[in-house]
Design a binder for this molecule. Structure first.
Ligand code: DAH
Length: 338
């Protein structure tokens, strides 16, 4: 004799398999599996059954519920794939496609990538910091006194809350040392901002690569060797590198770096490309104070640092006559550097 549950199952399966659309399928689901559906109400009736029948009927109830659930799912998938093939049938695959325009890398990005690749081979890793900075990271920690002209409102973009747009990427030196003890070997490519009038050779936003090396017994000789290696890799072995004494608050001694190379336009002219120097002990002291330890003990650690201007280098290397081209997003300009 068939159990009433089996009858319900057979009836349900028939109804589900022949359901003409999704609404009828949903109606069938509610009728059998819904809260007061006929299968669900058998769960309630179980309680009234004699003890010895319970396991047998319980097992049957589970089987029936599983079978009906599976049938609903199968029928649902059939509707789904009918819909999809219906949509596909409307697409004419013989029509020509829509071509995608391929972009090119911005010349500054290309400069960055070439430079970063050289630094990587020298064992440097990438570091990062925010463009919106506080005065401490931009000036105080870098040994720049309150009366220094760089802090002037005529030179620096200040936000109403006292923060500022970083005037150089040297801020990342401080953030890197705050975050980790020496030794340090990082480069930080990024944008910097100064209140310059926009013209063919000046822009209020420009781009630098900052370089910081901290270890024991680091000297000017290491700085010069590393810089010469870098410039030769970038501009070729025929490149001459010259160091001229200069002043930066955060390095002592400080050097300006000039290069001369046949691959650079203007051929035999010395071109200023970077500021550099041996990290000033006062910078280490400021970092120690912020860290609350003596990790950068100036008696033990020394370092060199370097800030390389990207825009002018890219202009020279790619023969770009006007710095404004970098930010105008003119495709006719950008396509030339594919
Ligand atoms: N921050 C300087 C500038 O923007 C460049 C610079 C000079 C960076 C000396 C350095 C450095 O790391 O040691 O003009």
């Amino acid at each position: 004799m068939t159990h009433p549950l089996e009858q319900i199952r057979d009836e349900a399966l028939r109804e589900i398999e022949s359901a003409p659309d999704e609404q009828s399928l949903e109606a069938a689901r509610v009728k059998y599996l819904g809260r007061s559906g006929s299968i669900s109400s058998w769960g309630e009736q179980m309680k009234t059954l004699p003890k010895e029948e319970k396991p047998v009927v319980g097992k049957l109830l589970n089987e029936v519920r599983t079978a009906v659930t599976a049938a609903i799912e199968t029928r649902g998938q059939q509707f789904q794939s009918q819909k999809e093939s219906g949509a596909l049938a409307k697409i004419d695959i013989s029509l020509p496609g829509t071509p995608h325009e391929l972009g090119t890398l911005h010349p500054l990005t290309q400069m960055w990538e070439r430079s970063i690749e050289i630094f990587r081979r020298m064992g440097f890793s990438l570091a990062d910091g925010p463009d919106i900075e506080d005065e401490w990271h931009c000036f105080d920690a870098l040994n720049t006194p309150a009366e220094h002209p760089a802090r002037n409102e005529q030179d620096t973009f200040y936000l109403p809350d006292g923060r500022l747009l970083r005037t150089h990427t040297s801020t990342v030196q401080i953030r890197t040392m705050q975050a980790a003890p020496p030794p340090i070997r990082v480069i930080a490519p990024g944008a910097a901002y100064r209140r310059d009038e926009l013209d063919a050779t000046h822009s209020p936003q420009f781009h630098q690569i900052e370089w910081l090396y901290v270890d024991e017994n680091v000297s000017v000789a290491d700085l010069k060797g590393a810089l010469e290696f870098f410039m030769h890799e970038l501009f070729g072995p025929g490149t001459a590198v010259q160091f001229r004494p200069h002043y930066f608050p955060f390095t002592e001694p400080s050097l300006e770096v000039y290069v001369k190379s046949k691959v650079l336009k203007g051929g035999e002219r010395w071109i200023e490309v970077a500021g550099s120097g041996v990290v000033h002990p006062a910078v280490f002291e400021a970092v120690n104070k912020a860290r609350g330890d003596n990790a950068y003990d100036p008696e033990k650690w020394s370092g060199y640092a370097f800030g390389l201007g990207m825009d002018r280098l890219a202009m020279i290397l790619f023969d770009i006559p006007d710095i404004r081209f970098f930010v105008q997003n003119d495709l006719r300009f950008l396509r030339q550097f594919a």
